[in-house]
Design a protein around this ligand. Structure first.
Ligand code: WTA
Length: 705
């Protein structure tokens, strides 16, 4: 057992030899911070009794509380049907429409209230609000077009390849109104990526835009639709209609020619449907609402299928209690709608609660590091939601910028990867001005909504820890053999969820076997069982549970480096590097070492104004040695101009691992910044290209998700 400090936090044990199945955790516990009385005074959830009501004894009936946040056409008779385990069905017998719940039902009270604030990237272009009434009109007209012009009906799939423009939620909601299953592909993805998803889900209609603003450029997006159709055809899927929204109605921003008979300008066709109203289709609760493909870097992307009733109940509930959204709030989630965060927490959750949700077209640092804070000031945003990668970027670009703007957040979210305590503290003190509570929400595309987070008015915050599980979520940490790792053990293992919950995906589109294999097979107690207790859900993340009941997520289970028998979480090392003042970003990868097996290589980028010298490198080594121990001493520290990143901002550790180990780097053209890869390669390996060779399996796979 580890010792505890006065706050009841587990003290971190010394570096110790651990078995293959465990990860040594050396991360120091941070002091906790309590929410302010002002926040508590206005919060949606202040009753700790919620956890009792959502205990396992009251499962699954407790989730009625979430379902009752929605309007049902027909109430359900069975809360959870497990007969097709592990494909869970929620609220069976119920009929519902997601679009109705996000739009129509708000009209009596809120028709004149902003549903969406749209902020174009060019700062001289006026921003505008779409009221709930206006959203209702646009969604109806577009639903009429989808039904009567595109011939789409309940159960059909349609691929959306759209950027951050209000036409995207309009399109999603119009699909939802008809029971058409939308599959939105992140706008920054290539035509090829769209094609793979079109083919996998069998779409014959593609909805896109002609272009959009990004980092000061007008992106020609129509050209991707041509590639997508061509490649999909090769994969055996014909797209017979491409519907193109114009960024500026009536004026094209793309010179890519239209394909006669296939391509249609939405804004022209829509004229025919002016004033049309389409009744929301009353749908079984367990029908699919959308597919969201996970952004795996290898292998076929997985189409996570989300339901209507369960998903909507879960995102409405978590938006209300964890995001603390009230109808009068101005809520800005800076994620992209092309990811699950945007689906759940820009579109469906906030709109189900009649909030005003902000959609920003461009990059947060365009044209300068103050842009995000000017938007916050201008719209008087009071709930802000973003990811550690963005927070690091904003901190690097303008560490003092937030101070120049008069905005006040009551609440901020971080999501997507573990946040280093150093970065958390900047978010709290500078972005939040010490006034806003922070929730660190841990979840996945597959889970539909949050799994772990503090409840903002109930729990103190602890930098770097996601917090306890949400009401109704019952995690367990297993070692390789299925033994439970208890709170305060100081050891990490595979974090699983014991019970189903309404937001969970239903299956992988068209591949039930892969769904069962990937997420349930490992710890399943009996593959024939119809009892949910026999089917813990494997998240694939490593985590440890502190004595105080807070979970610390260490990242994907594969992102570990085994140094002389010690499995080190790469996140821990990165976090240590980030305690050095000079460092803006850090990425750690394994490099083969004759004696120790693997040792860490550390890549860092510096904040502006700091010198790229030996001193900075020495500080990084010292920080890692003091936080974690000599065992974690890096082989090399490289100072790089920027990290290779995916379009969604995730650092591509796979690429860095390949460079460190002189392996084939593979295709990097889909990265946000492919050019930096060669710069880093030259820095590490020298000008001359080294012959590529195959590497050990763990290094070849490193960083894949
Ligand atoms: C990681 C994003 C630590 C985790 C919603 C998970 C996090 C993967 C956190 C899912 C967090 C997400 N702290 N790690 N707060 N949130 N992750 O599917 O490894 O894009 O499995 O969903 O991101 O990423 P996805």
């Amino acid at each position: 057992m580890s010792k505890q400090d006065v706050a009841g936090n587990a003290e971190v044990p010394e570096a110790q030899a651990v078995s293959e199945s465990e990860i040594a955790v050396h991360w120091k516990e941070e002091a906790t911070i309590y929410p302010s009385p002002e926040f508590i005074g206005q919060a949606n959830l202040t009753d700790p009794g919620m956890f009792e009501r959502f205990s396992l004894e009251n499962f699954p009936e407790c989730y009625k509380e979430y379902a009752d946040l929605l309007d049902w056409d027909q109430y359900w008779h069975t809360t959870l049907d497990t007969s097709d385990a592990p494909c869970w069905k929620w609220f069976v017998g119920g009929r519902i429409n997601a679009c109705y719940n996000c739009v129509d039902r708000h009209l009596p009270k809120y028709k004149n209230k902003a549903a969406i604030h749209f902020v174009p990237e060019p700062e001289d272009e006026p921003l505008y609000a779409i009221t709930y009434q206006e959203l209702y009109v646009r969604v109806n007209e577009f639903a009429a077009l989808l039904r009567d012009f595109a011939g789409l009906k309940q159960g059909d799939r349609v691929t959306l390849h759209m950027p951050m423009v209000p036409e995207l939620p309009v399109t999603m909601l119009a699909c939802a109104r008809l029971g058409v299953i939308h599959s939105e592909v992140f706008g920054g993805f290539s035509g090829q990526a769209a094609a793979d998803r079109i083919a996998d889900s069998g779409c014959r209609v593609l909805i896109t835009v002609d272009g959009y603003h990004r980092a000061g450029k007008m992106i020609n997006h129509k050209v991707n639709a041509d590639v997508a159709c061509e490649m999909a055809e090769k994969l055996g899927q014909t797209v017979d209609k491409v519907l193109i929204w114009q960024r500026y109605p009536g004026k094209s921003v793309s010179d890519t020619p239209m394909v006669e008979g296939r391509d249609f300008i939405v804004n022209d066709v829509l004229k025919k449907y002016a004033g049309k109203r389409i009744d929301p289709v009353s749908l079984p609760a367990e029908d699919p609402l959308f597919l969201m493909y996970t952004s795996g870097t290898t292998g076929k992307p997985k189409g996570c299928q989300h339901s209507i009733g369960g998903y909507m109940a879960y995102v409405a509930g978590t938006s209300k209690y964890i995001q603390d959204i009230h109808p009068e709030d101005v809520y800005w989630c800076m994620a992209d709608i092309g990811w699950i965060t945007g689906h759940s927490y820009i579109v469906y959750g906030p709109l189900a609660l009649a909030a005003s949700t902000v959609i920003y077209e461009g990059v947060p640092t365009y044209p300068d590091a103050g842009r995000a804070w000017r938007i916050a000031e201008r719209l008087d945003v009071n709930i802000f939601h973003t990811a550690p990668t963005t927070i690091r970027m904003l901190r690097k670009a303008g560490p003092d910028e937030p101070k120049k703007y008069n905005y006040h957040f009551k609440h901020m979210t971080t999501v997507g990867e573990p946040i280093e305590p150093e970065v958390w503290k900047w978010y709290y003190e500078v972005v939040g001005k010490g006034e806003a509570i922070i929730v660190d929400t841990w979840w996945q595309t597959e889970t539909g909504g949050f799994l772990c987070s503090t409840v903002p008015a109930l729990h103190p915050m602890k930098p770097g820890s996601t917090g306890p599980a949400l009401p109704g979520i019952h995690p367990v940490i297993y070692d390789e053999d299925g033994n439970e790792l208890k709170a305060g053990s100081g050891k990490a293992g595979n974090i699983c969820i014991r019970n189903p919950w309404p937001g969970a995906f239903q299956t992988i589109w068209g591949d039930r076997e892969r769904y069962v294999d990937t997420y349930y097979a490992k710890y399943c107690k009996d593959p024939n069982s119809k009892d949910w207790r026999d089917w813990p859900y494997l998240t694939g993340d490593g985590a440890m549970l502190a004595a105080d009941g807070y979970y610390r997520i260490l990242g994907r289970i594969d992102d570990v480096i085994n140094v002389a028998g010690h499995r080190l979480g790469t996140k821990e090392l990165e976090s240590a590097a980030l305690t050095v003042e000079d460092i803006a970003e850090a990425a750690v990868v394994p490099v083969v070492d004759e004696i120790k097996g693997r040792v860490p290589d550390v890549y860092v980028s510096l904040k502006p104004g700091f010198d790229s010298d030996e001193e900075a490198k020495r500080k990084v080594v010292a920080a890692i040695e003091t936080t974690i121990g000599k065992i974690a001493r890096p082989k090399n520290v490289y100072i790089v101009p920027d990290m290779p990143k995916t379009r969604s901002g995730k650092i591509m550790r796979r690429v860095l691992a390949a460079i460190s180990n002189t392996l084939d780097i593979g295709d990097v053209m889909t990265l946000a910044n492919p050019d930096v890869v060669e710069d880093i390669r030259v820095l590490v390996q020298g000008k001359e290209k080294v012959a590529t060779k195959k590497g050990p399996e763990d290094i070849e796979r490193f960083g894949d998700d």
